[in-house]
Design a protein around this ligand. Structure first.
Ligand code: MTE
Length: 321
C-alpha cells in the first residue's frame, strides 16, 4: 500500500538498513558504469532500450554480476577470437558480417526424454533475459569484463529432461562454408566443438548468451547465441551454437583434438597450472593502458571460487587441467 506523506522525502539511508543501502548505491554506480563504458550516460542507455530492432535488454542481475569496470564496447567487439573468420584478433569483426543468423535453430538431443529443435526466436523467450556482468579470461593471457544478456543454460536443459545417462554436454557450433573464410584452413578440426560436465552445465553461472550491452550479440561475438562459462578459459565459451547433445562419455573438444597436452577438458582458470608454453599467473585486462600497463594477478576459477570450487572437490586440478 502506498502512503503519500507531505514534507521532505526521507533519505534512503534513514529507511533502509545501511548494508542494503550501501550495496544498492554500489549497484547503481555499477549500472551507470556499464552505460558509461558503452559510451552512454545511464539515462540514454535506458532510453535506447526502447528503440531499435537490435535492442535486447536484460534485467540486471546483482547475484551473478561482478563489480569490475566493464570493458568498452568497442574493445569487446573488435578484439575477438572466432577462428572460423580468421586467426587475427581484428578478422572476426572484419569478416563476420556475412554470418547468416536467421533462420537459426538449435537441436537439443542425446540422453534426454524430449529431444527438440528450437527456433532462435523461441529460445529468446524461453526464460527471462538477465544482464550479467562476467569476467572473461582467455587462455592467451588477456581478460575482459562483459555485460552479457541471457539466461542460465540449465533453463534450456531442463526443458528436454536429461536422462540418468546424461553425464556430459557437447556443444557444436555453426559451419557456414561460404561465409566463414577461416574454415578453409585446418587450424582446428571443424566444426568447433566444446563440452562441459553435466553439473558444470547445470550450474546457474553457465550462461546462454543472446546479447551484450543491451543489444543483440554482434556476429563476431557469437551471434545469435553462445555460451559464457566465466570460471573457465574463454575457449570453453563456444560461439554460434547449433547443436547441444547430452552424452554419457566425456566429449573431445576441438582444442583437445588439436593439442591435448595444451588444452584440457576442464580448462578452469588456474594461476598455478601454467600452459606448457606460458605462465597463467597474470593477465592483461583489455582497455587498461595497453601492453605496458601493469598486469593483474590471475585468480583461481577467475574469481568465482565461492560459487564453483565445490564442483571440483577432491579432484587433482593439475592432472585435470
Ligand atoms: N567459438 C567458436 N565457434 N570459434 C572460436 O574460435 N574462440 C573461443 C571462444 N569461442 C572461439 C569460440 C575463444 S579462444 C575465446 S577467448 C572466446 O570465444 C572469445 O570470445 P569473444 O571474442 O567474444 O571475446
Amino acid at each position: 500500500m502506498l502512503i503519500r506523506k507531505s514534507g521532505p522525502e526521507p533519505l534512503s539511508s534513514e529507511i533502509t538498513p545501511e548494508a542494503v543501502w550501501q550495496s544498492r548505491r554500489e549497484w547503481m554506480a555499477r549500472a551507470s558504469m556499464v552505460a558509461a563504458a558503452a559510451g552512454l550516460p545511464a539515462w540514454a542507455s535506458r532510453r535506447a532500450f526502447a528503440q531499435g530492432a537490435d535492442e535486447l535488454p536484460g534485467q540486471p542481475s546483482r547475484e551473478y554480476s561482478v563489480m569490475d569496470k566493464p570493458t568498452e564496447l568497442k574493445d569487446i567487439t573488435s578484439y575477438n577470437n572466432y577462428y572460423e573468420f580468421g586467426v587475427d584478433k581484428d578478422q572476426p569483426a572484419e569478416n563476420a558480417g556475412k554470418l547468416q543468423t536467421r533462420p537459426w535453430t538449435v537441436s537439443v538431443e542425446g540422453e534426454v526424454q524430449h529431444p527438440k529443435t528450437f527456433d532462435i526466436d523461441t529460445l529468446l523467450k524461453l526464460a527471462p533475459l538477465e544482464e550479467r556482468v562476467y569476467r572473461l579470461r582467455c587462455v592467451e593471457g588477456w581478460s575482459m569484463v562483459i555485460p552479457w544478456v541471457g539466461y542460465s543454460l540449465s533453463a534450456l536443459l531442463k526443458q528436454v529432461e536429461p536422462t540418468g545417462n546424461a553425464k556430459y554436454v557437447e556443444f557444436t557450433t555453426v559451419e557456414q562454408r561460404e561465409n566463414m573464410p577461416g574454415l578453409r584452413y585446418p587450424v582446428l578440426d571443424w566444426p568447433y566443438v566444446e563440452g562441459l560436465r553435466m553439473d558444470e552445465a547445470m550450474h546457474p553461472l553457465s550462461l546462454l548468451v543472446f546479447g551484450l550491452y543491451g543489444k543483440v550479440l554482434p556476429n563476431q561475438n557469437g551471434a545469435p547465441l553462445r555460451l559464457a562459462v566465466p570460471w573457465k578459459y574463454g575457449f570453453k565459451s563456444a560461439k554460434s551454437l547449433v547443436r547441444i547433445r547430452l552424452v554419457e562419455r566425456q566429449p573431445t573438444s576441438s582444442w583437445m583434438q588439436a593439442a591435448s597436452n595444451e588444452y584440457g577438458f576442464y580448462a578452469n582458470v588456474n594461476p598455478d597450472v601454467p600452459h606448457p608454453r606460458w605462465s597463467q599467473a597474470s593477465e592483461r585486462r583489455i582497455g587498461e593502458g595497453g601492453f605496458f600497463a601493469p598486469k593483474r594477478k590471475t585468480v583461481i576459477f577467475n574469481g568465482y571460487a565461492d560459487q564453483v570450487a565445490s564442483l571440483y572437490q577432491g579432484m587433482d586440478l593439475k592432472a585435470n587441467y
